[in-house]
Design a protein around this ligand. Structure first.
Ligand SMILES: *[C@@H]1O[C@H](CO)[C@@H](O)[C@H](O)[C@H]1NC(C)=O
Ligand SMILES: *[C@@H]1O[C@H](CO)[C@@H](O)[C@H](O)[C@H]1NC(C)=O
Ligand SMILES: *[C@@H]1O[C@H](CO)[C@@H](O)[C@H](O)[C@H]1NC(C)=O
Ligand SMILES: *[C@@H]1O[C@H](CO)[C@@H](O)[C@H](O)[C@H]1NC(C)=O
Ligand SMILES: *[C@@H]1O[C@H](CO)[C@@H](O)[C@H](O)[C@H]1NC(C)=O
Ligand SMILES: *[C@@H]1O[C@H](CO)[C@@H](O)[C@H](O)[C@H]1NC(C)=O
Ligand SMILES: *[C@@H]1O[C@H](CO)[C@@H](O)[C@H](O)[C@H]1NC(C)=O
Length: 850
C-alpha cells in the first residue's frame, strides 16, 4: 500500500507503442517506446522511465494491471540509460545488449551467445533466450528467473542449483523510486537445515526459520488459510529452493517482495479488490529481529520484556536483564550430565537457527530423541517436517540455541536438553507413569491452594498496613524528613516488585496479559516525598508528573492521574497495555505502574532534560539547541512515530503529538511520551472515528478537529507542526508576526513559496546550520501539514526524505487551517475561513472540557 502510493508518486511510466508479439529475433530491436507482450497478455517487457533526471530501465510488469508501477524484474538496474534512444537488441556476437545509440553499450547479458538467438517473454513472466527453433525444453541459454531483482513471482525459484553454483536471491531496490541494487537481500543458506536470511549489507536482520513441511518455521501464517497457494520447498542433492504456485484459475496474483526499506512482504492481488494488498510481512515485531535476545532465550512479545529464559535457564547477566537488555542470553541453572539428562518440550516455537543443525530424514521423533540423548553435544531436537499435524524426520542441534521465539498460534514443538533436576514435573518422560503424574498433580494443586491462601492473607495484611501508612504520611507535614532510616526499612519491605498477575489489591485492576512491575502506593509516596510540589515536573493533560527516587537510587518520573480527570480506568489500562509492549529508543520507557485505592500512576524512566518545549520556547535555553541537535530531534521523533505507525506489532495513532510530549535524555535524544490517548488499530484498519475529540489546539489536523476522523495522517500533521516549531523556535499557537493574520503554518508556507525559507529559522542559530537540511526539514514539515490527509506523506516516506539528500521531494500544497494569505491558490475561498473559525471554537471547547 505504502509502496504503491510512493511508487505512483515517484515513478512515471510513459505510454508505449506495443508490438503485438512476445519475441525479439536477432535481427529486430526494441526501442524505448516498444514492448513485448507475453502470449496471453499477462506480462509486458519494455523500458520504463523514472524522472529527475529521466532514466530508462528495462523491466517486466503486469500487462493486465494498468499503471500500477509494479516491476517484477529490472534488467539494467544499475546501468540505466539516460536517453530515449536506447534500444534492446542482439549484437553481432549474439549477446543481448542495451545500447544508447549506435555505439555505446550500457548493459549486456554475458555468456548467452547463440548462433541465432531469440528473446521471448513467457506467460509466466520469465524472459528467456533460446536458440531460434528450439522450444527451450532442454533449458534456456539464459532466463530472467535465474537473475531476480527484488521480486519472486509464481514459478520462480529462490535458492541454489548446487551443480552449477547458481544462487538465486532477492535484492531490494535502493529507494522507492530507484531500482538500483539496494542493501537488503533475501538469500538462502542451504547448509544444515536450510533457511533464508534477510541481510542489510552483511548483517543478518531476519531469518525465515527452516522449512518444516508446509511452511517456514518463522512464518506460521503460511500453514493456515493459504487459499490454494502451493508453497514448495525442494531439498535435493542438485537443488535446494523455495517456490510457490497460485491457485488455479489465474485471477489471483501474488508476489514476494523485499521492499527498499527492508521488509519482506507478500503482496496479493485479488480481482474484486482491484488492488495489491500486503497480506503478510516480516519483521513485524521485535522478536522477528535476528538474535534480538541472546543464546537460549525465547523471544515472546506478550510480556513486559521480550527476552525470556526457558525453564531450567536463568539470565546470564541479571543486571542487563533488569535494564531490559537480553543480548547476553540465558545460561543453564544446572550443568548437563550427559547420561542423566532429559528433554523439555517447548510448544509453538520458531525453531532455533538451523543452518548448523543436523538432519536425518529417516528417523522418527522417538529415534531422534534417542540419538540426541546418546550424543552428549546434542542440545535439542525436533521433527524435520510436520504435515497436517503429523511429524516425520529428525533435526538436531549441537550448538547454542539462538534466535528462538514462540507464537500464540502455530509454531512447532522443540525438545531442549535439560539436566534432570531442572526438568521438574515436565517432560523427563523416562519411567514417569501416569499414576505418578496424577499424584504429583494433586500435590501441586494442594500446594498451590495453600500458597495462594497465604499470599492473599499476606496481601490483605500488607495492603492495610500500606494504606494506614500512606494516609498517615499524607497527613504528615512535609517537613518530617527525619526518620529516614526507619522509612527506608519500610521501603525494603514494600518496595519489592510484584507481578500484576496477582490481583493483590482485590480491586478490578485487571490488566489482562500485561506483565508489568507493579509498584505500591507507599513506595511511590516515599519516592516523591509525598508528592511534594517541589518534585513536580509538570502537569499533563490527565494529571501531574513528579520526579521520584526509588530506594535503589534510580530516578523515575511518576505520572499521577488525577481522580477527577477524564482519563478513566479504560484510558489508563490502554496506556499501560500499550506502552508495555512498545520498545524503541525514541519512545519513553515505562517501568511499571501503580493501581491502589483510588490512585492510578505510571512510572517512567526519568529523562534528565525533561521536555522539548522547556528548551524550544524558553528564551535562554533555546540557544542550547543548535541546528544539529534540532535536526537529530526531528529525525528521532520521526523514527519513533514510524515505529508506532508501522513497525511495532500494532498500528498506533498517538493522537497527541506536541512539543511537551517529547522528552529529552541526557544526550538530547528525543523520546515520545504520553500514550494516554493513543489508539491501536487492527492490521487493515487505517482510519477511525471518535466522538470524543482529544488533542491539543495548534497540533490537530483539520479532519480530526472538524470531523473527529483520525488516522496515522493526523499524527503526520501534528508532526509537521512540531517540525516547523523546532525549526522556528516558536509555538504554532500564539505565533505573531508583522503579517498578523498568519499563524506559523501560513507564515512558513509563505516564506517557502517566496523562496525565503531560511528566514523562518530560529534567530538564535546564527549562521551555524546547513541550508540544505533546513530547507529539507521545512519542506518535509510543510508536506506533513498539508490540508488534505491523502496529500501528506507517511512517516516511512518522511524518514526517507529526512535521511536522504538525494530524495526528490514533492512541492507542498497549502497547509491545513490556512486562510489569509494565499496569492497562488484561489480555490480556498471564504467558506474555508468560516470552517477554520468553527474549528477554533470547537477546539477551545474541547480544551475546556479537559
Ligand atoms: C516511437 O515510435 C514511433 C512510431 O513507431 C517512431 O516514429 C519514433 O521514432 C519512436 N520514438 C523513439 C524515441 O524511438
Ligand atoms: C557482463 O559482463 C560485464 C563485464 O564483465 C559486466 O560489467 C556486466 O555487469 C555483465 N552483465 C551482466 C548482466 O551481468
Ligand atoms: C548501502 O550501504 C552503504 C554502506 O553502509 C551506504 O553507503 C549506502 O548509502 C547504502 N545504500 C542504500 C541504498 O541505502
Ligand atoms: C505444488 O507445486 C509443486 C512444484 O511446483 C508440484 O510438484 C506439486 O505437485 C504441487 N502440489 C499441488 C498440490 O498442486
Ligand atoms: C554428535 O553429533 C554430531 C553431528 O552428527 C557429530 O559430529 C558428533 O561426532 C557426535 N558426537 C558424538 C559424541 O557422538
Ligand atoms: C555458546 O554460548 C556461550 C555463552 O554465551 C559462549 O561462550 C560459547 O562460545 C558459545 N558456543 C558457540 C559454539 O557458539
Ligand atoms: C509468552 O509469555 C506469556 C507469559 O509468560 C505466556 O503466557 C505465553 O504463553 C507465551 N507465549 C506467547 C506466544 O505469548
Amino acid at each position: 500500500m505504502k509502496f504503491t502510493i510512493l511508487a505512483i508518486l515517484l515513478l512515471w511510466f510513459s505510454p508505449v507503442f506495443s508490438a503485438p508479439t512476445d519475441t525479439l529475433t536477432s535481427t529486430q530491436s526494441l526501442s524505448s517506446n516498444q514492448t513485448l507482450i507475453s502470449a496471453t497478455g499477462k506480462f509486458e517487457l519494455g523500458f520504463f522511465t523514472q524522472q529527475n533526471p529521466k532514466k530508462y530501465y528495462l523491466g517486466i510488469w503486469y500487462k493486465d494491471i494498468p499503471s500500477d508501477n509494479v516491476y517484477v524484474w529490472v534488467g539494467n538496474r544499475d546501468a540505466p540509460s539516460l536517453s530515449d534512444s536506447c534500444t534492446l537488441k542482439f549484437d553481432d556476437q549474439g549477446n543481448l545488449v542495451i545500447s544508447d545509440d549506435q555505439s555505446h553499450i550500457r548493459w549486456q547479458i554475458n555468456g548467452s551467445t547463440a548462433k541465432n538467438p531469440v528473446l521471448q517473454l513467457l506467460d509466466s513472466g520469465n524472459l528467456v533466450i533460446r536458440e531460434a527453433g528450439d522450444t527451450g525444453s532442454g533449458g534456456y541459454l539464459w532466463q530472467s528467473f535465474d537473475h531476480p531483482t527484488d521480486t519472486l513471482i509464481p514459478g520462480q525459484k529462490l535458492g541454489w542449483n548446487l551443480k552449477t553454483g547458481l544462487d538465486r536471491f532477492l535484492t531490494s531496490w535502493a529507494g522507492p523510486d530507484d531500482p538500483g541494487t539496494g542493501n537488503y537481500s533475501f538469500k538462502m543458506d542451504y547448509h544444515g537445515d536450510p533457511e533464508i536470511y534477510m541481510r542489510y549489507g552483511d548483517r543478518i536482520i531476519y531469518r525465515s526459520g527452516p522449512w518444516v513441511g508446509q511452511r517456514f518455521s518463522g512464518v506460521p501464517e503460511m500453514a493456515t488459510g493459504n487459499n490454494g497457494f502451493n508453497f514448495t520447498f525442494y531439498r535435493g542433492p542438485d537443488e535446494v529452493y523455495y517456490t510457490f504456485e497460485l491457485p488455479p484459475g489465474g485471477e489471483v496474483k501474488s508476489r514476494l517482495l523485499v521492499t527498499f526499506d527492508g521488509y519482506l512482504s507478500r503482496f496479493t492481488w485479488v480481482p474484486n479488490t482491484r488492488q495489491w494488498t500486503r497480506y503478510w510481512y516480516a519483521r513485524a515485531d521485535d522478536c522477528d529481529t535476528y538474535r534480538v535476545c541472546g543464546p537460549y532465550t525465547v523471544c515472546n512479545t506478550s510480556g513486559f520484556f521480550d527476552c525470556q529464559c526457558p525453564q531450567g535457564f536463568e539470565p546470564k547477566n541479571p543486571q542487563d536483564w533488569d535494564l531490559r537488555d537480553g543480548s547476553s542470553g540465558c545460561v543453564r541453572k544446572t550443568e548437563l550430565d550427559c547420561g542423566k539428562d532429559g528433554f523439555l518440550k517447548l510448544v509453538n516455537m520458531k525453531l532455533p537457527e538451523s543452518t548448523t543443525a543436523f538432519v536425518d530424514e529417516g528417523l522418527n521423533l522417538n529415534q531422534c530423541r534417542d540419538m540426541c540423548k546418546r550424543n552428549c553435544s546434542c542440545t535439542a531436537y525436533a521433527n524435520l517436517n510436520v504435515v497436517q499435524g503429523v511429524g516425520n524426520g529428525c533435526v538436531y542441534w549441537t550448538d547454542n540455541l539462538t534466535d528462538m521465539r514462540d507464537y500464540v498460534q502455530g509454531g512447532q514443538d522443540l525438545y531442549i536438553r535439560l539436566a534432570a533436576s531442572d526438568l521438574g514435573s515436565q517432560g523427563s518422560g523416562i519411567g514417569s507413569d501416569s499414576a505418578k503424574k496424577i499424584v504429583m498433580g494433586i500435590g501441586i494443586a494442594i500446594a498451590s491452594i495453600v500458597l495462594l491462601a497465604g499470599i492473599i492473607a499476606l496481601i490483605i495484611l500488607r495492603r492495610k498496613k500500606a494504606q494506614t501508612l500512606f494516609r498517615r504520611r499524607l497527613g504528615e507535614t512535609r517537613a518530617s524528613r527525619a526518620g529516614t532510616t526507619e522509612r527506608s526499612q519500610e521501603i525494603l519491605i514494600s518496595g519489592q516488585i510484584i507481578s500484576s498477575k496477582r490481583d493483590y489489591s482485590g480491586e478490578t485492576n485487571n490488566l489482562e496479559d500485561v506483565e508489568l512491575p507493579i509498584f505500591d502506593l507507599y513506595t511511590m509516596a516515599v519516592a516523591t516525598n509525598n508528592f511534594d510540589d517541589a518534585t513536580k515536573l509538570g502537569q499533563g493533560g490527565f494529571g501531574r508528573v513528579y520526579k521520584g527516587v526509588l530506594p535503589d537510587g534510580q530516578e523515575i518520573a511518576v505520572k499521577r492521574l488525577s481522580k477527577e480527570s477524564g482519563q478513566g480506568v479504560e484510558e489508563f489500562k490502554n496506556e499501560v497495555r500499550l506502552i508495555a509492549k512498545l520498545q524503541h529508543r525514541n519512545l519513553v520507557r515505562l517501568l511499571g505502574c501503580c493501581v491502589e485505592m483510588d490512585e492510578k500512576m505510571l512510572i517512567y524512566e526519568y529523562l534528565k532534560n525533561r521536555s522539548l518545549d522547556a528548551f524550544l520556547f524558553h528564551d535562554e535555553r533555546k540557544s542550547l539547541l543548535n541546528w544539529q541537535t534540532r535536526f537529530n530531534i526531528i529525525c528521532g521523533i520521526a523514527r519513533g512515530l514510524l515505529y508506532l505507525h508501522q513497525d511495532s506489532r500494532y498500528r498506533i495513532v498517538h493522537r497527541d503529538m506536541k512539543a511537551s510530549n517529547i522528552l529529552l535524555d541526557g544526550e538530547m535524544n528525543p523520546k515520545i511520551s504520553d500514550f494516554g490517548m493513543a489508539r491501536i488499530f487492527g492490521g487493515d484498519q487505517t482510519e477511525g472515528n471518535t466522538r470524543r475529540v482529544v488533542g491539543t489546539y495548534g497540533y490537530m489536523a483539520p479532519e480530526y478537529a472538524m470531523d473527529g476522523l483520525f488516522s496515522v495522517k493526523s499524527d503526520v500533521f501534528s508532526f509537521g507542526v512540531l517540525v516547523l516549531e523546532i525549526i522556528s523556535g516558536t509555538k504554532n499557537r500564539g505565533f505573531y508576526n508583522s503579517d498578523h493574520e498568519l499563524h506559523l503554518l501560513g507564515y512558513s508556507w509563505k516564506l517557502w513559496k517566496e523562496g525565503k525559507g531560511t528566514e523562518i529559522l530560529d534567530k538564535v542559530m546564527g549562521d551555524s546550520y546547513s541550508v540544505h537540511e533546513v530547507l529539507r526539514c521545512l519542506q518535509v514539515g510543510l508536506l506533513c501539514v498539508q490540508e488534505r490527509a491523502e496529500d501528506r506523506p507517511t512517516m516511512a516516506s518522511v524518514v526517507l526524505m529526512l535521511g536522504s539528500e538525494s530524495a526528490s521531494l514533492p512541492q507542498p500544497r497549502l497547509p491545513g487551517f490556512c486562510m489569509g494569505w494565499n496569492p497562488t491558490e484561489t480555490d480556498s475561498s471564504s467558506s474555508k475561513q468560516d470552517e477554520s473559525f468553527t474549528v477554533n471554537q470547537v477546539t477551545v471547547t474541547m480544551l475546556n472540557a479537559r
